[in-house]
Write a protein that binds this ligand. Structure first.
Ligand code: AMP
Length: 268
């Protein structure tokens, strides 16, 4: 990629509530079209037109960028969101997350994880054993940014996802976000389902399984969604962890395995 790189972030709100956000790393020449895309996204959001749109652009210091590989992608086919959540809970358990912590995350995401019962702007931080919520601001959560694909990895990913019928912004962006989360020291797993009412898919990410999608983790039409990052129990270095998620620039220059969907087999 040409240098320097810039972090470009968009945050849109309506009636004082978070509506949409996006974060990319970009060369100078790509900044304008990216900003235009982000404005379009905020104005054309399915949950309403943005009233306030903030775009911020900051140069990223050259020597700080780390180059890493994306996690592998798997899809397990489930019949409905109840089965999807059970399957997701099974994978989280295998990653060392306790049933209590899983219940905390799923209950918060299903009922709106922010104090006003809406979706948060960012992610919850949850102790993987006690289930205690640790993010300093429960309305905002922690917003991961400064991660992206190199141009070549972007093209390879698009081709690979096309062959699986999965080349859409939801999957591309979530895979990159989960990829950064999985490189974060102290995080053992992530759970996500979208707050877009017509997008029912979600995923669990963990070091062992990579990025595992389920086509159904919530009912169609549901506007509440969220993300939970599960932190290894014990000493939490919260300031360092939050600083890494928000500020450490990461470029994915290799894609992982992109596996064909397979039916979820109920574990006994
Ligand atoms: P989305 O997958 O964009 O529909 O987002 C689903 C939920 O994930 C949102 O309601 C936020 O709570 C959270 N979220 C979205 N983007 C980020 C991000 N960059 N960092 C942390 N959490 C996020």
């Amino acid at each position: 990629m040409n240098r320097p790189l810039y972090s470009i972030r968009m945050q849109a709100s309506r009636n004082g509530h978070h509506l949409s956000g996006a974060e990319r790393l970009s060369t100078a020449i790509e900044l304008e079209p990216l900003a235009a895309d982000m404005v379009q996204r905020a104005l054309g959001h399915m949950r309403g037109r943005a009233e306030t749109i903030q775009i911020s652009i900051e140069e990223v210091a050259e020597g700080q960028i780390d180059y890493v590989a994306l996690p592998d992608l798997r899809t397990y086919l489930v019949d409905n969101y109840g089965q999807g959540r059970q399957a997701a809970a099974g994978l989280l358990c295998q990653a060392g997350v306790s049933p209590l912590a899983i219940d905390t995350a799923m209950a918060a995401m299903a009922s709106g994880a922010a104090p006003d019962g809406r979706s948060m702007r960012g992610a919850m931080l949850i102790d993987a054993v006690s289930g205690r919520r640790l993010e300093p601001d429960q309305a905002r959560g922690v917003r991961v940014s400064r991660m992206d694909l190199t141009e070549q990895a972007r093209q390879e990913l698009a081709l690979g996802l096309q062959s699986l019928g999965l080349d859409n912004a939801h999957v591309r962006e979530a895979l990159v976000l989960a990829g950064k989360v999985l490189t974060t020291p102290g995080i053992v797993a992530e759970l996500c389902w979208s707050d877009d009412p017509d997008y029912t898919a979600g995923y669990v990410a963990s070091a062992h399984q990579g990025y595992v999608r389920f086509p159904h983790l919530k009912p169609l039409g549901e506007e509440r969604g969220g993300r939970a990052f599960f932190l290894a129990a014990g000493q939490h270095k919260l300031p360092e962890l939050i600083n890494y998620l928000q500020y450490r620039p990461l470029l994915f220059d290799r894609i992982g395995q992109l596996n064909r969907p397979q039916p979820w087999v109920v574990q006994s």
